[in-house]
Write a protein that binds this ligand. Structure first.
Ligand SMILES: N=CN[C@@H](CCC(=O)O)C(=O)O
Ligand SMILES: [Zn+2]
Length: 419
């Protein structure tokens, strides 16, 4: 039995037993921090935590690994509930095109964007795709990501989508990170179906979904509901078809335009609605009383120079929100969740604690892993990160571009440490 004790922790963030599955409104400013704390781990689970003063002591010191965290904070690892981390190639060329004046939408209309990534992915074999993706997500763990949702959506053919989802399944088996897979065949219409949208819808519904279900390849279903992509009716049809295979929706809506996607997703029991750079009062009304987590992707707003989501308005309506990276080669080529908190504080006027709640407990909810991740609670997975010695938790978003994480522990085992 492996045992670990972390003692003298300067501040233990998100620690408690009575959490609701997410924080909303004013609660998002509460970090549930225990100062001068300890945390005990046995095998892959948290077994005790509290103030050093209340610590009764450990009687059995055999095989106990002790970490002294004096001057350091301990937090649950980040959960990144929205990524496209499996891809074949980066897209710096499009980055330069945007610098010269083209917009993301204009590049896509010329056959770039998602279709560019789909062409690259077609050329790469499954093993290479897997090896590169594994290295990529483990690089994110250095910055504190312990759980990650990954979408398909650069396949856009039966073989391509299955290849991506099989890679994600292999990542689940090979990595100690908690991984959820989302089927995003409805990311863009492939070129050969440009004039035959119904044909592609039928392909997803009649060929992709049954096979994905048979092989157990997806946890969720997604759709990019947007002008020039998928209509509200098409997304609704997909959510209904997905439900036949118990695939809960987590969808891309309101990135460039408002099409009623939030209400439709809420009505179909979506776990999250993501992007929301555009948001109106009807959308906020639709979210009230729902189980759907509004999720902002500030890395995408930053990189594409498009509006930031109105998180303050969501909080004022006593709603929750999550913040995820959207890590992908086109609109957000960084999955660094610490940097994300910096962008969210400076551009969305959020407090450091709001951003840390939005990237831990609330993203755990948005990827369906609240029972096991997102807080420091007895019985939950010991997925935690230890900071370098820092003056306060606000230092994480404050020192943008720095890595403030020293040690990452996944399932009770030290995954990496720079100490
Ligand atoms: N907007 C749709 N999909 C991705 C971008 C994908 C890409 O450009 O490759 C996003 O969430 O931003
Ligand atoms: Zn996305």
């Amino acid at each position: 039995m492996a045992k670990m004790l972390i003692k003298n922790i300067k501040g233990l963030f998100q620690a408690g037993e009575d959490f609701d599955s997410f924080k909303k409104g004013e609660e998002m400013n509460n970090g549930n921090i225990i100062e001068n704390a300890f945390l005990a781990i046995e095998d892959d689970k948290i077994i005790a935590f509290g103030s050093m003063e209340d610590w009764g002591g450990i009687t059995d010191w055999r095989d106990l690994e002790v970490i002294d965290a004096e001057g350091k904070f301990v937090l649950p690892t980040f959960c990144d509930s929205h990524t496209h981390a499996v891809f074949a190639a980066t897209r710096e060329g499009e980055f330069e095109d945007r610098i010269k004046g083209l917009s993301y939408e204009e590049i896509a209309l010329k056959g770039g964007g998602i279709l560019n990534s789909a062409r690259q992915l077609q050329k790469m074999d499954e093993d290479t795709l897997f090896e590169e993706a594994l290295e990529r997500i483990h690089n994110l763990a250095k910055y504190g990501t312990g759980a990650i949702e990954i979408k398909s959506g650069y396949g856009l053919s039966v073989e391509g989508e299955l290849k991506m989802l099989r890679v994600i399944k292999r990542l689940k088996e090979a990595s100690p990170m908690e991984i959820k897979a989302t089927f995003l065949g409805a990311h863009a219409f492939p070129k050969e179906y440009k004039e035959n949208q119904e044909g592609y819808m039928d392909l997803m519904i009649n060929e992709m979904l049954p096979q994905i279900s048979e092989e157990g390849l997806a946890d969720y279903i997604d759709c990019f509901c947007e002008r020039n992509y998928f209509t509200l009716d098409q997304m609704t049809r997909l959510m209904q078809e997905g439900a036949k295979y118990n695939l809960i929706p987590k969808v891309h809506v309101n990135q460039f335009s408002i099409m009623g996607g939030i209400k439709a997703a809420v009505d179909h029991g979506a776990l999250s609605v993501d992007h929301l750079e555009e948001l109106n009062d009807d959308d906020i009304e639709a979210l009230k009383g729902s189980k759907t987590m509004p999720t902002f992707l500030p890395g995408c707003s930053f990189f594409l120079s498009i509006p930031y989501g109105k998180a303050k308005q969501v909080l004022a309506a006593d709603l929750p929100f999550a913040l995820a990276s959207d890590f992908n080669p086109g609109s957000a080529p960084s999955g660094n969740m610490q940097l994300l908190t910096s962008i969210a504080c400076t551009k969305m006027n959020l407090t450091p604690i709001e951003t840390l709640n939005a990237t831990t407990i609330n993203t755990a909810y948005a990827m369906g892993i609240s029972e096991t991740h997102g807080t420091i609670s007895v019985g939950k997975k010991a997925n935690i990160m230890i900071t370098k010695p820092i003056s306060s938790l606000a230092r994480i978003p404050y020192s943008f571009g720095e890595n403030n994480i020293e040690t990452v522990i996944l399932n009770g085992k030290t995954f990496l440490t720079s100490s």
